[in-house]
Design a protein around this ligand. Structure first.
Ligand code: ATP
Ligand code: MG
Length: 221
């Protein structure tokens, strides 16, 4: 379970999160919505420990992550949490295949099972012809699919996605969302996604709406 307790975060004089609390149970599929600038990415980055809040707590299975050592945080990231950044953050000097395998292998050689899984996901999301290309040879949507597969490659127990379908056409959007739904059901992976699309949000079982740094609404579907 992930618990966010009364998180506050400011950038200079701008208070971006004003006391946000939420609880996400293992195996849940939660969508976070809200206008541009309402604090969604800031909240995801705090939830995942990439950013530190000014006050409040983030607990993963009861443990406060801001107190984690670098090693413990690295182990959380490599064993439990997959994260898809809004800006994808692919490594430009690695080809697509090596980008896809990056989090699963952390520089070590991929085993046959991981390689097969990554190739299966690449096929499913329509980028299997791109494996030898480099990120700057891909379209935005292809980069986005690459970032999603990279985060799923080692079957994390929690996958956090910041606008996972923002660069995709509606057919590919459905393909990605069907894949996430399947993984959520079959592997009981917790899915936490931010989206601007109501259609995409409704794949989740709960929609949390942020407004001006506060939770405005929570709907259970
Ligand atoms: N590193 C930063 N330094 C200063 N201000 C920042 C920084 N990151 C975000 N902000 C500001 O914090 C506010 C919330 O940003 P955030 O990225 O969390 O919004 P968002 O809800 O994800 O928006 P979008 O839907 O456009 O992605 C914005 O006003 C933004 O300008
Ligand atoms: Mg954002």
């Amino acid at each position: 379970m992930i618990e966010v307790l009364n998180i506050e975060k400011s950038y200079g004089n701008e208070k971006v999160l004003k006391g946000v609390s939420l609880k996400i149970l293992d195996g849940e599929f939660v969508s976070i919505m809200g206008k541009s600038g309402s604090g969604k990415s800031t909240l995801l980055n705090i939830l995942a420990g990439f950013l530190t809040a000014d006050s409040g707590e983030v607990l993963w299975d009861g443990e406060e992550i801001s107190s984690f050592s670098g090693d413990k945080m690295a182990s959380l990231r490599s064993s439990k949490m997959g994260f898809v950044f809004q800006s994808f953050k692919l490594i430009p000097t690695l080809n697509v295949k090596d980008n896809l395998l990056l989090t699963a292998t952390l520089g070590k050689k991929a085993n046959a099972k991981t390689l097969a899984y990554v190739e299966e996901l690449a096929e499913r999301l329509g980028i299997s012809d791109m494996l030898k290309k480099f990120p700057d040879e891909l379209s935005g949507g292809q980069c986005q699919r690459c970032a999603i597969i990279r985060a799923l490659a080692y079957k994390p127990s929690v996958i956090i996605l910041d606008e996972p379908t923002g660069a995709l056409d509606s057919v590919m959007e459905s393909t990605v969302m069907d894949l996430l739904t399947e993984i959520n059901k079959a592997l009981e992976t917790t899915v936490i996604q931010v989206t601007h699309s109501k259609r995409v949000a409704e794949y989740g079982s709960r929609i949390i709406t942020l407004k001006d740094g506060e939770i405005q609404d929570e709907a259970v579907l």
